[in-house]
Design a protein around this ligand. Structure first.
Ligand SMILES: Nc1ncnc2c1ncn2[C@@H]1O[C@H](COP(=O)(O)OP(=O)(O)OP(=O)(O)O)[C@@H](O)[C@H]1O
Ligand SMILES: [Mg+2]
Length: 680
């Protein structure tokens, strides 16, 4: 069990966490969500011990192992990819070496010496097997495969890989290690669609508890069973996956709005009475009592709805009709050919999404078009009056540490007055003192937002975007979708966000062994066409890739998935009348008040019960860890009867814990039910 109580964290005057209470049981699968800058990363860092709280406590049963994947810049051991994964298992690797050495020695030893060597080697083999030594390397390779590393990559040094791939290796190392808790901060940012699908499957089988930060709705729906939402410095836990959380939250909000409205109505009534009779001596008593009533009246707070905001790109000068021509472009890294004679023509107004599996060359192609990487052969031509702007995949690497947000903008637009830049930054939600934050302390999403602000300073008329939605929360993604819809230039982009591609792309260019196949429409159209036997015009044979003439979607195949019309909420069985209608009798009011008090008492007792259970669980978990450590040491087996005694104790601790976990689950769901009822 991980338990946080009243956890606070400030950066200067900025209170990021204002008292977070949170218990994460060992079997939990939690999605940690909230807008950019809400404090999700801060919270994970506090649990992982990378930061200390300014108030409150973080309790973790002693011996509990944590595996933390930071949002950016994970550190890994030097060496090859495979070594990076196996490095935490130095003990197992040492055992393997020792077994080899013993076997070697046994070959020449005789008599008593040989006997003792055989015994030692047998014992060691036993421990090696128990520790999973045999499957370790096979498991490591399977994980690397799922994360997009080919067999030829295993022995390559890690530092040869891009930042994104190093993050994948770091994730792989955690998955192999199987700690008690996996704390993953936006793991899908570094993955493409196939690797995300693999990770979803993999996570559904791991025994570890899971706390994962993500802005990817589909991923959350597939991996978690509860949602912890950071909002305004505090945390609320909701049962169910992401969709269920959205629905419940909407329902709760709608009820709170209704409740607040009727409260306001009542307050207004009382105030009217007071106003009317304030100076009437005969009514003085009633006025006094109503003033008291006013003080005591409940005021329901309504959670703010999803924030929406907008930005737009400035008008851009027109480019030539043909924006870019690529013909027979080749590019290799070492002996690996990435682009194998690739052709592509891009026309003014095109919005092309590049898709394809891991490492197929999407980023390489963008960099070749941007002139940041030279092609080995072939033609890369930009049209007349084309001004391009390249938005890199790892935004962090394009910002300059040490600069403030405002200085970063000034460096890009020295001619612009600071006031102008500040109001532009305001649109991108850097208000007040935020513009004096140094770029290295910004959250992932904030960095990306700054890069977007910078992009609007001078977008050129040909935008090359490499995963522009990484780290962005939903409202910001939507703002970017809208801004791109109003962008008058040409767009070539890489994205793994299916929803984003559907909204933005007019064509999809899919990698197919170093070349491209082009499809009309968005992601869904591309999937439908790729699955069916759509006559897709293959690339090559001299001409540049052109659009397929038709696809099963019919004319131009630009049909989109229909959006379901919102259905009006229907009162379910037993639904009560809206609280706007007030019971008239005094009796009724008293009964209501009593019922409310009773429920409040109930809530309090559930909360107390949960606290008691947690305080029983923590020491038992610590004891279990201790027992496991003692039982894995060879010493234990020397003393007769010891192993059995410890084994029995372990069993009884496990049984007791299982009961406690069940009771905890039950108490928390009852608490949730009771809380939900209070809103009815
Ligand atoms: N060392 C620091 N100094 C000042 N402010 C900081 C520091 N570290 C973080 N912050 C601020 O604290 C807030 C919370 O940051 P955090 O990284 O936890 O957000 P997050 O919820 O993970 O956001 P995202 O979704 O963008 O990753 C942000 O506004 C960030 O700028
Ligand atoms: Mg973060």
């Amino acid at each position: 069990m991980i338990r946080l109580q009243g956890v606070k964290r400030n950066y200067g005057v900025h209170e990021v966490l204002k008292g977070v209470d949170w218990a994460v049981p060992p079997r939990a699968r939690v999605g940690l969500v909230g807008p950019n800058g809400a404090g999700k990363t801060t919270l994970l860092r506090l649990i992982a011990g990378a930061e200390e709280p300014d108030g409150g406590t973080v309790d973790i049963a002693r011996g509990t192992s944590l595996g933390y994947l930071p949002q950016e810049g994970a550190r890994l051991a030097e060496g090859t990819v495979l070594e990076a994964l196996l490095q935490p298992f130095s003990e197992i690797l040492a055992m393997e070496k020792e077994i080899e050495r013993l076997h070697h020695e046994m070959a020449t030893a005789t008599g008593g010496r040989q006997e003792s060597l055989t015994r030692r080697s047998g014992d060691l083999q036993h421990r090696f097997e128990a520790a999973g030594g045999f499957e370790l390397e096979a498991r490591a390779k399977a994980i690397l495969g799922g994360l997009g590393f080919g067999p030829e990559d295993h022995a390559r040094p890690l530092r040869e890989f891009s930042g994104g791939y190093r993050m994948r290796a770091a994730l792989g190392a955690l998955l192999l290690r199987r700690p008690d808790y996996l704390l993953l901060d936006e793991p899908t940012n570094h993955l493409d669609l196939e690797a995300v699908a693999w990770l979803e499957d993999f996570l559904s089988d791991v025994p570890s508890a899971l706390v994962v930060v993500s802005h990817d709705r589909t991923f959350l729906n597939r991996t978690v069973t509860s949602i912890a939402e950071m909002h305004d410095g505090t945390l609320t836990v909701w049962a169910g996956n992401y969709d269920r959380y959205r629905a419940e939250k909407e329902k709760t909000r709608a009820l709170a709005i209704k409740k607040a409205a009727s409260e306001a109505h009542r307050v207004a009534e009382v105030e009217r009475f007071i106003e009317r009779f304030r100076y009437k001596a005969t009514k003085a008593r009633q006025v006094q009592s109503r003033l008291k009533m006013l003080e005591k009246m409940e005021r329901t707070e309504v959670m703010a709805g999803e924030q929406t905001w907008r930005f737009s790109f400035p008008p851009v000068p027109r480019s030539a009709q043909r924006v870019a021509l690529l013909s027979a472009v080749r590019k290799s890294f070492g002996d690996r050919q990435v682009l194998k004679g690739l052709d592509l023509e891009i026309w003014r107004g095109d919005r092309i999404a590049l898709v394809g599996p891991n490492g197929c060359g999407k980023s390489t192609l963008l960099q070749v078009v941007a002139g940041r990487l030279p092609a080995e052969s072939g033609v890369v031509e930009l049209g007349d009056k084309v001004a391009l702007h390249y938005f890199a995949q790892h935004v962090l690497e394009t910002l300059t540490p040490g600069r403030t947000v405002l200085e970063e903008m000034q460096a890009w637009a020295p001619a612009k007055a600071p006031g102008q830049l500040r109001s532009l930054l305001g649109i991108f939600q850097f208000s007040g003192d935020d513009v004096f934050k140094r770029v290295e302390v910004l959250s992932g999403g904030e960095k990306n937002r700054l890069a977007l602000a910078r992009l609007t300073l001078d977008p050129g008329n040909f935008l090359l975007l490499d995963e522009p939605t990484n780290h962005l929360d939903l409202p910001t993604r939507e703002a970017l979708e809208d801004a791109l819809a109003g962008f008058a230039g040409t767009l070539l982009f890489v994205s793994h966000d299916r929803y984003f591609i559907n909204k933005v792309a007019t064509r999809v260019a899919a990698f197919d062994d170093g070349r491209l196949l082009l499809y009309e429409g968005g992601y869904d159209d591309y999937r439908a066409a790729a699955r069916g036997s759509a006559p897709v015009e293959p690339v090559g044979g001299g001409g540049a890739a052109r659009r397929p003439r038709s696809s099963p979607g019919g004319e131009g195949a630009t049909a989109r998935v229909p959006v379901a019309a919102p259905t009006p909420p229907s009162p379910g069985p037993g639904a009560q009348r809206g609280p706007a209608v007030w019971p008239s009798g005094r009796e009724q009011r008293r009964a209501d008040a009593e019922a409310r008090n009773r429920r409040n008492r109930e809530l309090r007792s559930f909360r107390e019960r949960i606290t008691v259970l947690e305080s029983e669980i923590l020491p038992l978990e610590t004891r279990l860890k201790e027992l496991e450590t003692v039982m894995s040491s060879a010493e234990t087996y020397k003393e007769p009867g010891m192993a059995r005694k410890l084994g029995e104790e372990r069993k009884s601790v496990e049984v007791e814990l299982a009961h406690l976990y069940d009771a905890w689950d039950e108490a928390t769901s009852e608490l949730q039910r009771a809380e939900a009822q209070l809103f009815r």
